[in-house]
Ligand binder design. Structure first.
Ligand code: NAP
Length: 276
């Protein structure tokens, strides 16, 4: 259904609903609300990031909104994602509060954070949030292939995105294929393995040979497939470093060495150990 199409500048993934999801975003999971979050987002925007990923569960939407306003960058230039906290029952009401905290009229992407209570439970509320114009695009996160089947079977509007943990060790080829079949863009979270993969010896060897950093290699492995990635840092130098992945290419041989780190066995699952 989908062709993994990129925008003409090669920097964003075209979504089935016509939206454009930038290939690299800054994530703010585990960043406390307040100056640390405001600074990280502001440094990212100043460096050239145009995609910020937050969530109701992260408790820092207000800081994301403040950094966006302080940056002076046009709202229309920045892609903002937030996520419905699925222990609640009302995606529309929760979104009204997110919009107030963010200080915007609409987010670019609103995701069901995880399939709490089953994959279809929140979806009609997500569709209502989109109908009301609160979200340009809607999608899901941490959904397996089977859960995507369930939600697409009842959806009036198919999810545009499935945000899942994705990196060389979390390759999830079965899930990637399932997303493609439904025209859903897979979006990679924890592309650095929440930092752990930066110490992997294969990654370090490839980085040293290419004159790049381990973070470059891991992020490049994702975006070279046309898959959007969200990485997190609260350090300005690292935020800037992570953006420098569009001026080099990994060889087929390096890509294959990284592919071989997969520990998911071609899985179509989104999570080895669900937390919900
Ligand atoms: N949908 C979901 O359920 C879900 C789940 C997890 C994550 N996410 C999203 O994905 C984002 C990214 O995932 P993540 O937070 O797990 O982690 P990640 O981006 O895979 O890794 C972040 C870690 O790596 C460190 N780091 C970043 N860049 C570095 C560099 N260039 N050199 C050395 N260390 C570096 C960071 O440390 P410092 O901050 O100290 O620099 C942090 O400890 C999250 O923030 C969130 O927005 C979504």
């Amino acid at each position: 259904m989908t062709s993994d199409e990129l925008t003409p500048d090669g920097r964003a993934r075209v979504l089935a609903d016509g939206g454009a999801l930038p290939l690299l975003g800054l994530g703010v999971w585990q960043v406390p609300d307040g100056p640390e979050c405001v600074n990280a987002v502001r440094w990212a925007l100043d460096a050239g990031y145009r995609h910020i990923d937050t969530a109701q569960a992260y408790g820092n939407e207000a800081s994301v909104g403040k950094a966006l306003r302080d940056s002076g960058i046009d709202r229309g230039e920045v892609f903002i994602t937030t996520k419905f906290f699925p222990r609640g029952n009302d995606p529309v009401g929760a979104m009204q509060q997110s919009l107030r905290r963010l200080g915007v009229d609409q987010v670019d992407l609103y995701l069901v954070h995880w399939p709490q209570g089953g994959p279809t439970r929140a979806w009609s509320g997500m569709e209502r949030a989109a109908e009301r114009g609160y979200a340009r695009s809607i999608g899901v996160s941490n959904f397996s292939a089977a859960e995507l089947e369930s939600v697409t079977a009842v959806a009036e509007r198919i999810p545009s995105v499935n945000q899942v943990s994705y990196s060389p060790v979390d390759f999830r080829q079965g899930l990637l294929e399932a997303c493609r079949k439904h025209g859903i863009a897979l979006e990679a979270y924890s592309p650095l393995g929440t930092g752990r993969l930066l110490r992997d010896t294969t990654v370090a060897e490839i980085a040293a040979a290419a004159g790049r950093t381990p973070a470059h290699v891991l992020l490049r492995w994702v975006v070279q497939r046309g898959i959007p990635a969200i990485s997190k840092s609260v350090h300005r130098n690292r935020i800037e470093e992570n953006l420098r992945i569009f001026d080099f290419t990994l060889s087929d041989e390096d890509m294959a060495r990284l592919d071989a780190l997969d520990r998911t066995g071609h899985t179509a699952e989104a999570q080895e150990r669900p937390w919900w």
